[in-house]
Design a protein around this ligand. Structure first.
Ligand code: PLP
Length: 362
């Protein structure tokens, strides 16, 4: 077994103890709130981690790209929602995958409905979700609009399509700081979706499922009455942003970037973790944006040290440190940081246990 000290940098470290704890805690939360858990695997892009989520009780998975859906299907995952507005140029590939596994597709426009209704052929109905805008205003139909009813009715009536239900994402929970604000967003998401489902049911449309989810909302929600499933993703790893929002504590962050000082200047050091290791996510500290806090030797965050800025491969640390010093950086946004790497170095304690591939692609 190799030790962490032997790992070449830059490297993505995954702490298995923390990951397992995070997965168990969210599985418990979903069970307590009475919803199925369908984790979003865009955070980790890693079938080994998806299998841990299924073992912890997840009912299926969510992906954001068709490539992720195909990779996970190739690894035996057979119940996948592609929670991204349908990409018309990928419909044939999506339909081919839907013949192999239970695949849910998401639409929020008449054009997408029309494209699916005309292109899908075959004996098995295609599962189609209608995306609803619960207040994030990124995508989805207005829950008060006539379009909600028209599109849900259109999916229900189209030959070959099966209306899976309505789905939303409370991305605006990323602007909610502290338990009370996140709880308020979670409740808004819940109540908007329950009302939208009721409107459809009152109009005679059967709504089998109501799907919500973001990590900041899921970690704060008090009730998910009327909701059938939740799709948080980031909770597997958490990150500095989630710490500031109050979704987690620093000791819950499961991934970090191991880096080394390669150059010492009078006022700062250069490390081998730049934008192509950390991403360019500026993090939640709007007044003093930084690219990631740095751990002290005892595993806490060092209040003095930080990754101040990045260029492509260079990271600038705000202190002059000896060349060769090894540091660990907490990502501002773990989903984007992970997507910069080809593999995880999976560690427990000081030991390197596994290399797990990050399946990047679209
Ligand atoms: C459609 C959709 N569902 C679920 C999620 C999961 O959210 P989070 O990573 O906050 O848990 C996302 C994240 O972007 C998303 O876009």
């Amino acid at each position: 077994m190799r030790s962490i000290d032997a790992i070449g940098t830059p490297a993505l470290l995954l702490d298995l103890d923390i990951l397992e704890r995070n997965l168990a805690r969210m599985a418990q939360r979903a069970a307590t709130l009475g919803v199925l858990l369908r984790p979003h695997v865009k955070t980790h892009k890693c079938p080994e981690i998806g299998n841990l989520q299924l073992a912890a009780g997840a009912a299926g998975i969510t992906v954001s790209t068709l490539y992720e859906a195909e990779v996970f299907a190739d690894h035996g995952f057979d119940d996948i929602t592609w929670a991204f507005p349908l990409i018309h140029s990928r419909i044939d590939d999506a339909l081919a995958l839907a013949r192999r596994i239970k695949l849910g597709l998401v639409i929020d426009s008449p054009e997408a409905l029309q494209a699916l209704a005309t292109r899908h052929q075959g004996p098995d109905p295609l599962r189609v979700w209608l995306k609803v805008d619960c207040g994030y205003h990124r995508a989805g139909v207005d829950p008060q609009s006539q379009q909600l009813v028209t599109l849900a009715g259109g999916i229900t009536e189209a030959a070959g399509l099966a209306f899976a239900g309505i789905l939303t994402h409370s991305g605006h929970a990323y602007h909610a700081y502290g338990d009370n604000e996140r709880r308020a967003v979670a409740e808004q998401e819940r109540s908007v979706m329950v009302s939208a489902a009721q409107r459809l049911r009152d109009g005679g449309i059967e709504v089998a499922e109501v799907s919500v989810g973001s990590t900041p909302a899921m970690t704060a929600a008090e009730s998910l009455d009327g909701i059938s499933e939740a799709r948080p993703g980031n909770y597997a790893f958490y990150d500095y942003t989630q710490c500031v929002l109050g979704s987690c504590r620093p000791e819950d962050c499961a991934v970090s970037v191991l880096t080394s000082v390669v150059s010492r200047m009078p006022q700062h050091s250069i490390v081998d973790a730049g934008a192509l290791a950390m991403s360019l996510d500026p993090g939640p500290d709007r007044d003093a944006a930084a690219m990631g806090p740095i751990y002290a030797n005892d595993g806490s965050l060092d209040p003095e040290l930080r990754l101040a800025s990045v260029s492509q491969e260079h990271g600038i640390v705000n202190r002059a440190l000896p060349v060769g010093t090894r540091l660990r950086i907490m990502p501002n946004h773990s989903c984007l940081t992970v997507a910069c790497f080809d593999e995880y170095h999976v560690v427990r304690g000081g030991d390197l246990l596994h290399h797990w591939k990050v399946h990047r692609g679209r």
